[in-house]
Design a protein around this ligand. Structure first.
Ligand code: HXC
Ligand code: NAP
Length: 303
């Protein structure tokens, strides 16, 4: 945990402001799954600041209640905490009911909740594999189906924003259940963007690179793992993402300013995944003096 905090302290703090116009989400109600912690909370806080009514949901009611209280105090806006395990369809129907009772209608769903941990795949029990698939893929598809049907039945427009990862398309060892599930969520995002556009329902996704949160760091970079695979070293911009940077992008994609963006996945990772993909990107390790020597040798040969 001390090591986790050490990494968290290295976040590059810059003066980061909100990007959208004040009141961009006035009279809109957005549900954020996993909205009591980490990135879900940061994105929710910004939507609130922009005037949204917020519904936050996850398994732990005490966490949700405390976050809702703090968020309302800070923003003066309305936050409704509703407990729900997104693996259970009937609990999602209850979130929809409670959200409509309180705010009248739902305008958007930010599918952010997830479960993940690192492990060699052969060490996983089938239950461990299932649990991640069930939270990430089944949970997201449950929420999407329940709210989508509700919007279609009521002839209301709506917007989905799904949080995936960059390994949704590259795959990644040691987080295989998560990679499978996020790839499924990405496929669902693109499929429904087309199928449900006739109902005026948009679907987009964001693929974040590393944004420090307690939930992700303690499970993905525990103890000495953080030192062995320092995630900062993989990022061309040499810093982690700021939560406000992600919140700006999320709010934009969910807002009416992005009304023509449908079926897109936007990567926000400081160039991390391409760094791993480009054949010669490793030449970053070659110092300038070595390039000078190679250049001299080349011109000598030519001369
Ligand atoms: C191997 C593990 C394990 C681990 C749990 N299991 N943790 N196996 N390595 N580290 C196994 C258990 O032994 C059990 O199998 C099964 O998984 C279920 O475990 P439980 O602890 O009973 O499950 P539960 O209490 O429901 O917790 C779910 C969880 C947990 C997914 C395991 O981590 C959780 O609550 N996560 C929610 C938040 C989270 O993960 N946030 C990070 C998202 S970050 P057996 O066979 O023993 O019964 C993210 C970022 C990606 O996605 C990209 C970053 C750059
Ligand atoms: P986090 O704080 O651990 O968030 C995960 C949230 O999901 C928690 O609030 C958790 O709350 C909720 N959740 C888990 N299982 C659930 C279930 N069965 N039903 C309902 N809610 C459930 O981690 P985070 O870093 O903010 O991650 C948020 C999202 O960003 C995830 O989709 C993650 O994959 C993605 N992401 C994060 C990073 C990063 O660097 N942080 C990078 C790429 C992608 P409860 O425990 O109360 O249920």
């Amino acid at each position: 945990m001390v090591r986790t905090l050490h990494i968290l302290e290295r976040i590059n703090v810059c003066d980061m402001n909100g990007m959208l116009k004040e009141g961009s989400f006035k009279d809109k109600t957005i549900i954020v799954t996993g909205g009591g912690t980490g990135l879900g909370r940061s994105m929710g806080e910004y939507l609130l600041e922009l005037g949204a009514n917020l519904v936050i949901t996850s398994r732990k009611m005490e966490v949700l209640e405390q976050s809702a209280e703090e968020m309302m105090k800070e923003s003066g806006g309305e936050v409704l905490p509703v407990p729900c395990d997104i693996r259970n369809y009937n609990e999602i129907e209850n979130v929809i009911r409670e959200a409509e009772n309180k705010f009248g209608r739902i305008d958007g769903v930010l599918n952010n909740a997830a479960g993940n941990f690192i492990s060699p795949t052969e060490r996983l029990s089938h239950r461990a594999f299932d649990i991640v698939i069930d939270i990430v893929l089944r949970g997201t598809s449950n929420f999407t189906l329940a709210t989508g049907k509700n919007w279609i039945e009521k002839k209301q427009p709506g917007v989905f924003l799904n949080i995936v990862t960059t390994y949704a398309w590259t795959g990644s060892g040691y987080v295989v259940p998560s990679a499978c599930a996020k790839a499924g969520v990405l496929a669902m995002t693109r499929s429904l963007a087309v199928e449900w556009s006739k109902y005026n329902i948009r679907s987009n996704a964001i693929a974040p690179g590393p944004f420090p949160t307690e939930g992700a760091w303690k499970r993905l970079f525990p103890g000495e793992v953080a030192e062995k695979i320092d995630p900062l070293k993989r990022i061309p911009l040499k810093r982690f993402g700021e939560h406000q940077e992600l919140a700006n992008l999320a709010a934009y994609l969910m807002s009416d300013y992005a009304a023509y963006i449908n079926g897109e996945v936007v990567t926000i990772d400081g160039g991390e995944w391409l760094q791993g993909a480009g054949e010669f990107n490793g030449l970053e390790a070659i110092p300038a003096e070595m390039w000078d020597i190679m250049e001299k040798m080349r011109s000598k040969k030519q001369g």
